[in-house]
Ligand binder design. Structure first.
Ligand code: AMP
Ligand code: MG
Length: 425
């Protein structure tokens, strides 16, 4: 989408919401599922609902070490009952006889007929050779209510209940829950294959000497980490020189293997920026100017997989080269795309309203994403240098303050906060 301005192509300025809506409308979930062992499904997106075939817990059980009994048998504290059986976890006791107690241990099934557990701290063992099975007796030193310290069958999950929904990203708690209903394998969306390369003749990989005029390539590491965290299979194409032919070759190699190509740098309109013409020659490209800071230029398009009409194409997203811009545009625009490719239902992070503990008097005309940190008073502090080249700001911060265009902030005001715990994972 561009407009003709005095003979020159000037990309149209659009809002973040518009850009995101266009990206999400353009891509659709990838076909194909993987069946993976539950323990290997961390971070994947569930492709099929998980329902429980059983109650969890499967039977009433005790949440305390103590004595199981029939509450009505303890008319008052001090009552002594013979101990009729011993029920460790993993065993099933005998039918409970009225007027007795069962020694019982956390997690053990409640013997049928008992309706309460008294914790052992409120009991005293009474040695009594004449008692049943040589287990002695117990003095119950506290009043007893029917149902106490019993975890009910099905109180966590009921048979037939939907426990995990397709589209959910699996975290440690989801995997534990799946296991608790006996799921040994899960159906998950296939991993998106993402080709990644950085452009820039000034870039050098860590581990190599820094020649004059060079800087280390940090975006590769940031983007690699972000992609891996989102469950992608990354095809790392390293650094591509600022040359048209080299860029075209890299794009062809990327498209042959990947669902999506992500690049950093070279999307401005400088004469050393070859990505735009290269993508135009290898496919189709829109250069977007998004009204956000940091960020602004973003390239979106497609790269053909071959010359035949049904060879298909890979999606292409070109991020700006400045390290913070690259991280922020990935978090706000690429992350939702990658989640959508996996059929995820939650695509954008939760936003929290928090108090700014600083002034920001000279707001930009674009929507700004300020690097801020949570303080112990429940407010937000601002990193002093908000330049898009200062990666320290992102490392220091706990998230981004999403500030509307032209909105000066006064200390004490409520603002919108997007935590990195969501944005960067
Ligand atoms: P560009 O978008 O290529 O014009 O780059 C904008 C700024 O980001 C320049 O200062 C580049 O040196 C810097 N830059 C580009 N790519 C990287 C990268 N991979 N790692 C660190 N800095 C980069
Ligand atoms: Mg460059």
């Amino acid at each position: 989408m561009s407009e003709q301005v005095s003979g020159q192509q000037r990309p149209a300025l659009q809002s973040l919401d518009q850009a995101l809506a266009r990206l999400l409308a353009a891509v659709s979930p990838l076909a194909g599922h993987d069946t993976v062992a539950t323990q290997d499904a961390l971070g994947r997106v569930l492709a099929q609902d998980v329902s429980s075939l059983l109650d969890v817990p499967p039977a009433d059980n005790t949440s305390m070490d103590g004595y199981a009994l029939f509450a009505a048998d303890v008319s008052k504290p001090g009552t002594v009952l013979p101990v009729a059986q011993r029920v460790p976890a993993g065993t099933v006791g005998a039918l409970h006889q009225a007027g007795t107690a069962a020694r019982i241990f956390t997690g053990a099934q409640i013997p049928l007929g008992a309706d309460a557990v008294v914790m052992q701290e409120q009991c005293e063992a009474v040695v009594d050779a004449s008692a049943t099975a040589g287990l002695g007796s117990v003095r119950v030193n506290a009043p007893v209510q029917s149902g106490q310290w019993i975890r009910r069958r099905g109180e966590d999950v009921q048979q037939g209940a939907l426990v995990l929904r397709a589209g959910e990203r699996l975290n440690a708690a989801s995997l534990g829950l799946a296991a608790s209903v006996g799921a040994a394998v899960l159906q998950v969306a296939r991993r998106p294959r993402v080709a990644l390369f950085s452009t820039g003749d000034e870039l050098v990989m860590p581990g190599e000497p820094l020649k004059p005029g060079a800087i280390y390539n940090s975006n590769r590491y940031t983007l690699l980490g972000l992609l891996q965290g989102l469950g992608c299979e990354v095809i790392d194409l390293g650094i591509v020189p600022d040359k048209l032919e080299a860029t075209r070759e890299a794009l062809r190699a990327a498209a042959a293997q990947a669902d999506l190509i992500i690049t950093s740098g070279g999307v401005s309109v400088g004469e050393e920026d070859h990505l735009r013409p290269a993508v135009e020659l290898e496919g189709r490209l829109d250069l977007w100017q998004i009204a956000i800071k940091p960020g602004k230029p973003l390239a979106f398009g497609e790269v053909r997989r071959g010359d035949a009409p049904n060879d298909g194409q890979a999606w292409f997203i070109g991020l700006p080269g400045n390290p913070v811009s690259s991280l922020v545009t990935f978090a706000l625009l690429v992350r939702p795309v990658i989640l959508r490719l996996q059929g995820a239902t939650a695509l954008t992070p939760k936003c929290y309203r928090l108090r700014a503990d600083f002034d920001w008097p000279r707001a930009d005309r674009r929507q700004e994403f300020l690097r801020v940190r949570l303080n112990e008073a429940g407010g937000l502090d601002l990193f002093p240098n908000q330049s898009s080249g200062v990666l320290t700001s992102a490392h220091w911060a706990d998230g981004l303050l999403d500030n509307p265009a032209s909105n000066p902030i006064q200390a004490g005001q409520l603002v919108s906060f997007l935590p990195f715990s969501e944005l960067l994972s």
